[in-house]
Design a protein around this ligand. Structure first.
Ligand code: ZN
Ligand code: ZN
Ligand code: FE
Length: 741
């Protein structure tokens, strides 16, 4: 048996019957982490020389179908040994085995073998080596195998990075946490910034030093019982928390949570994860350790997470009070993944640790291509044969530091997968750094419309090849007419699309500035629906009259007011009109607050109410305007303004808005389904991260006899754009122009 670049090669010699049983057993009794994507066999040309079981050292070959596994959370066997005083790895922070531990984050090239990982600088001691060589041992060929005698170690440092010797580093660390210090802890795919999640003052300091005033902070808790005590968590969610991937899961907090109030100031979901490295487990096992720790990315907001010790000392100098380092180098930067269950399925909001670099399998051949992604929540994707390899989440591509992370990751993943793209795909937006990167590659270039890419990503995940109707509700994306799109109903194939409908266009006062300042969108809709009273209504009162007047003038004179059909901006407008958010401190904040506001009155009876809106002919409005159908949101906004002005319940208004939008879209899709004969509906776009919206749409479209598809393995937000691009560009590169229409 040997590991080759093509996969595992087994030479077995026996009678026919037993060989067939053996082949069955490979599938049926496969180890827990294995993923058999193909199995083929041919007769041996000659009888093997050895009759015993031998494992032969890996061979490097040119073709490389084998893939690097993702990083896996500490397994139960390792955890037992970690806590057993008589085990020689007792309390060793880097314990791992073939079933768990670092993989992608330590791998430099393939095949995946120790000399090609950052473990190469730690020669194994005799004990570890014996395990590594023994086929019967759990650590047989565990590349990062190590013990306290031969492997990596942790160290404790002050704010300036100076090493401080300590009898018990973990006790010192816990004491620091208890006195509100901010720790920078080097982890698996990068640094975490860690504080006591019960301390408002520690969190306030972290927020101000990290320049992250409101965005919820993820926490780590020691076990599933603690998760249960803080949040509402069902069996599927528990299973996901305990899965080998151990992602951050977004959960609804219980009504009385003892955690610090400034942890999730918008009172929405809490991001919770369980310990996934031995060091995390040891930290929680240290006497006095708080049962919830903030574990947020070790970066300055907007920049990539730090991975190297020296880099952290410089970049986190103004944030961290102490550093908890280790000396096992992180080759590839990988953030924590983020998952939320919506409509009974896990939805990846951020696909990174634990999931990357696993491929997505599609039912068609793709040439070697690179899809370069969008601007926000950026990722890129590489393709080969029938596989798409989406990169880890890279973040918003708006500064040099993120761009460097992007280009370094492209090189790294190309090397690991031995993919040399023959074509590049990018967004239509000319100013995205990812578009410029794609153009500079000098390869055949394919430009793909943003929402077409969103829809194609979902089609790829579900292996759909026939044209579908796609509802893409999104923040913003460059349209083929040069305006900003974002609330689209498309007829989409894998190569072509047409725009059949959209939300009514609105004016964006100040262009991009409107995205960060929802009150401007509120003003825009007031101007559109009630221009005479826009400046005198008792809405948007927290905004200075002088600022309102300036924006009103812009709208009157159509000065710097580009058009948009964005769903995100419509949510912003309603959120501002309801007084929930005037100025957003992070992307999607106003829309999230609107969802949480509606959630307060969301009950089991909600779906019946939704059906009555759906069946009320007068409630939904769409008109054929110019070349497409438009959903007349301004009419509904008029009702909202009236309801707010007459003292209506905000939560009810927020929920009615959701119901109205869901019904309108569903009825328009039904109409388009009748004219096109298409019954499959794809749901995508960043706004679909809104659970009320996505669940509602799935429910009503299903009621109307349509079949819905949405993303579960690939993010439905802009993190999935590169997947759709790679498919569209790849198929265009080999054939397209001929088929579909
Ligand atoms: Zn293990
Ligand atoms: Zn050892
Ligand atoms: Fe998007």
């Amino acid at each position: 048996m040997t590991n080759t670049g093509d996969g595992v090669l087994i030479k077995a010699f026996s009678g026919d019957e037993r060989l067939l049983d053996f082949i069955d057993a490979i599938r049926e009794e496969a180890p827990p982490l294995s993923d058999i994507t193909g199995l083929s066999y041919v007769p041996l040309e000659e009888r093997p020389e050895t009759a015993t079981f031998t494992i032969i050292a890996s061979k490097t070959t040119d073709s490389t179908r084998a893939v690097i596994p993702p990083d896996i959370a500490t397994c139960d066997d390792c955890l037992r040994e970690l806590k057993a005083p008589d085990d020689f790895r007792y309390q060793y922070p880097f314990i791992n085995c073939t079933n768990c531990g670092p993989r992608f984050t330590i791998t430099e090239s393939i095949p995946y073998d120790r000399p090609k990982t950052s473990m190469k600088v730690f020669p194994m001691c005799q004990k570890c080596h014996a395990e590594y060589e023994d086929p019967a041992d759990r650590r047989f060929h565990a590349q990062p195998n190590a013990c306290p005698d031969c492997g990596p170690q942790i160290s404790w440092h002050d704010a300036a990075g100076k090493r401080i010797t300590s009898v018990s580093i973990l006790e010192t660390a816990v004491n620091a946490l208890l006195s509100d210090s901010i720790l920078a802890i080097r982890g698996l795919g990068g640094f975490h910034l860690c504080v006591n999640a019960f301390s408002e003052s520690a969190i306030a300091t972290l927020r101000s030093r990290k320049n992250r005033p409101d965005k919820p902070l993820a926490i780590m808790v020691p076990d599933i019982e603690t998760v249960d005590s803080f949040c509402i968590v069902d069996d599927h969610e528990k299973k996901m928390l305990l899965s080998p991937e151990h992602p951050i899961l977004l959960l609804k907090p219980r009504s009385t949570v003892p955690l610090a109030a400034n942890l999730f100031p918008d009172s929405g979901d809490i991001g919770v994860m369980l310990p996934y490295t031995p060091l995390h487990h040891l930290l929680f096992a240290t006497s006095g350790c708080p049962s919830a720790l903030v574990m947020t990315s070790g970066n300055v907001s907007g920049e990539p997470i730090c991975t190297a010790n020296e880099e952290a000392i410089v970049r986190l100098a103004t944030i961290a009070d102490n550093f908890l380092f280790h000396n096992r180098d992180i080759v590839t930067r990988v953030d924590d993944s983020v998952v939320k269950y919506i409509a009974g399925q896990p939805r990846l909001f951020r696909r990174a640790r634990g999931f990357v670099p696993s491929p997505l399998h599609v039912p068609y051949e793709l040439p070697q291509m690179i899809g370069c992604g969008g601007g926000l929540k950026s990722t890129f994707s590489l393709t080969r044969e029938k596989m798409i390899f989406p990169s880890q989440h890279i973040g918003d591509l708006f500064n040099q530091a993120s761009y460097a992370f992007f280009t370094e990751s492209v090189e790294n993943l190309k090397t690991l997968l031995k993919i040399e793209p023959e074509g590049a795909v990018c967004d239509l937006h000319p100013d995205y750094m990812s578009s410029r990167f794609a153009k500079e590659l000098g390869l055949p270039l394919y430009e793909v419309q943003h929402h077409h890419a969103h829809a194609a990503a979902v089609m790829a995940e579900h292996g759909l090849t026939e044209p579908v109707l796609a509802v893409v509700l999104d923040g913003t994306g460059f349209g083929t007419d040069g305006t900003s799109w974002g609330g689209e109903i498309l007829q989409t194939g894998l190569c072509h699309f047409s725009r059949l409908g959209s939300l009514e266009t609105m004016l964006l006062p100040g262009g991009d500035a409107a995205a960060g300042e929802p009150w401007r969108m509120g003003m825009s809709l007031l101007h559109q629906t009630a221009p005479d009273t826009a400046l005198t209504t008792p809405l948007l009162t927290a905004i200075d009259d002088s600022r309102k007047k300036i924006v009103w003038q812009m709208l009157e004179n159509r000065f710097n007011t580009p058009q948009t059909s964005s769903c995100g901006r419509l949510f912003d407008a309603v959120s501002a009109l309801l007084g929930l958010n005037y100025t957003a401190s992070y992307e999607g904040q106003a829309a999230m607050q609107l969802e949480y506001c509606a959630r307060k009155v969301l009950s089991n009876g909600w779906k019946n109410r939704l059906l009555s809106v759906l069946n009320d002919q007068s409630a939904y409005l769409f008109k054929k305007k110019s070349d497409r159908w438009q959903i007349i949101s301004s009419e509904f906004v008029k009702n909202i303004v009236y309801d707010i002005s007459s003292g209506g319940n905000r939560h009810e208004i927020a929920l009615s808005f959701h119901s109205w939008l869901i019904s309108c879209i569903s009825r328009l899709v039904e109409k388009l389904s009748e004219t096109t004969g298409i019954k499959n509906v794809v749901l995508a776009g960043g706004c679909m991260q809104n659970a009320i919206l996505l669940e509602g749409l799935i429910f009503t479209l299903t009621e109307l006899g349509l079949t819905t598809y949405t993303g579960s393995k690939i993010p439905i937000n802009d993190g999935g754009i590169s997947v759709g691009q790679a498919v569209i560009g790849g198929l265009k590169h080999v054939s397209c122009s001929t088929d579909e229409g």
